[in-house]
Design a binder for this molecule. Structure first.
Ligand code: COA
Ligand code: AMP
Length: 641
């Protein structure tokens, strides 16, 4: 087995040869005429000229090669008390039947299909059925409110929507159908049809002429043995669009291709995650996030692993031993979780009593990503589980780890606070704001030298200019990650903070800009600012500050309640805006830029000072007093030099 350094150098020496070898792991209909063509797309395209089908590689090829009786998907749902398993042969039948239904209703290659579903096996089948037909899915996280869903419907203009009657959270049933109806009322674009999965917890009325019953149609197709064949698509064709938060309220539609995505994900399973076909791999995320796309759905199935679709929480369903129960019961080899989830478990079971109740003999590694993992949580998990805990870093845009610890290449010594070393494909640099590379250990902008490796986004959906402006313009020749951090002398990367208006709330990537747009739409608000404030459990929580307009109502308690409710209603409960504080003015530079960084430092109890460029020096101490009066600040030191 080659080690990390040999492998990384091999990639550096000849990236195309490296990815050509990795591509041998994939079944192609036609092989690529060029592994990488720098003349195509915005910064080049991978596997140009190749044709393939992602669903074939995830499902049919395993049936064809004798893996049909192996469990492919386990749905474990403590919130409903159900556990269901599907072999690769059964997944093939379900996916083929669903693809048959979609095709019969007119869905063909290139059409978009929105998937708005809870954590059920059918959500995976829906993604794979789209891939089977060459249709482009866009899976929307169930925790988003109707207006967010409507924005995505209008951007993707889907031919069909696949949804469910409800989702089940710890303490309540979420009426997905009502959210879907509201979104379709708000959206300009309308699908030809919706396919609705009825769930026992709450059955819904179907809208005549628009909705069809999932179980009726797919059940009939299954019973009649209908199975749509896999449609060959270009490797460069889009497999899916996944909307993610950016600086504005308009989410970015990250485009993922078929060929490069398969090659990189398959490589990552063996070499980064250190798992083999037949192992059970569990990503405790949600199919609405990139981790769910890559490591609940596609990568484990591409690699011939069993994947776990978990419909529950780390705590409260029923207790903080839930993760360990799933590991024992399903013989999980590797778990991928958000640090927040482990923090929630640690908080409820600090001494690890529940951990000791379960058998970890099949378990090898815990992977953490999605947000900053503090040393305390890594140390706690390592001590109680007795297995390596790997912190790694990536983004929706890349679809797989940019830095990590390649377990399959021989795990490297861990460095506290680090997210590991660059994976092959990523030439990571740290630049100052002028674009000059900084010395090891110095904080700067983390960038990746172009071209990006297979699986990374070639562009944003229908928004090439936005793609270039958002990622490629700031540092010509590099992809700007919008993360700040350092690389040390040994090449380990440490991610410190976002450089844009994105915050991370309980592992959910959210835009403060989007929240500001919602608050600013309130009739009593003249202007506002939202910043992410450190939180022990959820990493960050949004805090809103607002200034009322002339003639506004004076009942600030009521206005605050309305603002909190408005963010929940327009963006979703996951946004978790708990408070909005009225202030007389916002601190701005003379050119009108709101000094959000200082507000954040103030609320976090960090040292801050009044900068020379401020328009109105009294604004900051006033905010300090307003936050202090509400107990929203630990300590602060004002300095005016
Ligand atoms: N559909 C509908 N609503 C959802 C939802 C979904 N898929 N996911 C979350 N919500 C709702 C919750 O019900 C909650 O609503 P409430 O305010 O009415 O209680 C709200 O959104 C916030 O949810 P969440 O962020 O999950 O917080 P929580 O307090 O319920 O749970 C944790 C705290 C730490 C247990 C939880 O945040 C968690 O498991 N985090 C890990 C997330 C993760 O894995 N992210 C993947 C990134 S890789
Ligand atoms: P998402 O696109 O939702 O996966 O969020 C990506 C962002 O999450 C990154 O740009 C980082 O800001 C943050 N992130 C992901 N993984 C880590 C990590 N291991 N450590 C610190 N931040 C991380």
């Amino acid at each position: 087995m080659p080690n990390y350094m040999q492998t990384y150098r091999k990639w550096q020496a000849d990236p195309e040869a490296f990815w050509a070898v990795a591509a041998r792991e994939i079944d192609w209909v036609e092989p690529a005429s060029r592994v990488f063509d720098p003349g195509q797309g915005i910064y080049g395209r991978w596997f140009v000229g190749a044709t393939c089908n992602t669903c074939w590689n995830c499902v049919d090829r395993h049936v064809a090669s004798g893996r049909g009786d192996q469990t492919a998907v386990i749905h474990d749902s403590p919130v409903t008390g159900m556990k269901t398993s599907f072999t690769f042969t059964q997944v093939q039948a379900h996916v083929g039947a669903l693809a048959h239904v979609l095709r019969a209703k007119g869905v063909t290659r290139g059409d978009r299909v929105i998937i708005y579903m809870p954590m059920v096996a059918e959500a995976i089948f829906a993604m794979l059925a789209c891939a089977r037909l060459g249709a482009v899915h866009s899976t929307v996280f169930g925790g988003f409110a109707a207006p967010e869903l409507a924005t995505r419907i209008d951007d993707a203009r889907p031919k069909a929507i696949i949804s469910a009657s409800c989702g089940i959270e710890r303490s309540r049933v979420i009426d997905y159908k009502a959210l879907l109806d509201e979104a379709l009322d708000l959206a300009v674009s309308s699908p030809d049809f919706c396919l609705i999965l009825q769930r026992d917890a709450q059955v819904c009325d179907l809208t005549p002429g628009r909705d069809a019953d999932y179980a009726d149609l797919v059940g009939t197709a299954l019973a009649q043995g209908h199975m749509a064949e896999c449609v060959p698509v270009a490797a460069t064709d889009p497999l899916y669009i996944l909307y993610t938060s950016g600086t504005t309220g308009q989410p970015k539609g990250v485009v993922r291709d078929n060929g490069g995505h398969m090659v990189a994900l398959k490589w990552s399973m063996r070499y980064h995650y250190g798992v083999e076909p037949g192992d059970v791999f569990w990503a405790a995320s949600d199919i609405g996030w990139v981790v769910g796309h890559s490591y609940i759905c596609y990568a484990p199935l591409l690699h011939g692993c069993t994947t776990v679709v978990y419909e529950g929480k780390p705590v409260g369903t029923p207790d903080a031993g839930a993760f360990w129960r799933v590991i024992q019961e399903h013989k999980v080899a590797a778990l991928f979780a958000a640090p927040t989830a482990i923090r929630a478990v640690k908080k409820e079971d600090p001494d690890g009593h529940l951990v000791r109740r379960y058998d970890f003999s099949n378990f090898r590694t815990l992977f953490l990503a999605g947000e900053r993992a503090d040393t305390a949580v890594i140390e706690w998990a390592g001590r109680h589980i007795g297995r390596p805990v790997v912190n790694h870093w990536w983004q929706t845009e890349t679809g797989w780890p940019m830095t990590g610890n390649p377990v399959g290449l021989g795990i490297l010594p861990d460095k506290a606070g680090s997210t590991g070393v660059p994976m092959p494909g990523y030439d990571i640099r740290v630049l100052d704001d002028a674009g000059v590379q900084v010395a090891p250990g110095i904080l700067g902008n983390i960038v990746c030298k172009l071209p990006l490796p297979p699986s990374s986004l070639p562009t944003l959906w229908n928004a090439d200019d936005r793609f270039t402006n958002s990622y490629l313009s700031q540092f010509p020749g590099y992809y700007a990650t919008s993360d700040a951090g350092v690389m040390d002398e040994d090449g380990y990367v440490h991610i410190m903070a976002r450089t844009d208006d994105v915050i991370n709330v309980a592992g959910h990537r959210l835009s403060t800009g989007a929240m500001e747009e919602v608050i600013a739409s309130h009739p009593d608000v003249a202007e506002c600012a939202v910043v992410g404030v450190a939180d022990e459990l959820k990493t960050e929580l949004p805090l809103g500050l607002y200034v009322v307009r002339d003639g506004a109502r004076t009942d600030t308690d009521q206005i605050e309640k309305e603002l909190v409710a408005l963010v929940r209603e327009r963006i979703g409960a996951v946004a978790a805006l708990r408070s909005a504080v009225k202030v007389d003015r916002l601190p701005k530079t003379r050119s009108g830029k709101i000094l959000r960084g200082i507000i954040r430092a103030m609320a976090n109890g960090e040292e801050w000072k009044v900068p020379a460029v401020i328009e109105d020096p009294a604004a900051l101490p006033e905010i300090n007093d307003a936050l202090g009066a509400r107990g929203m600040i630990r300590s602060a030191t004002v300095s005016t030099d």
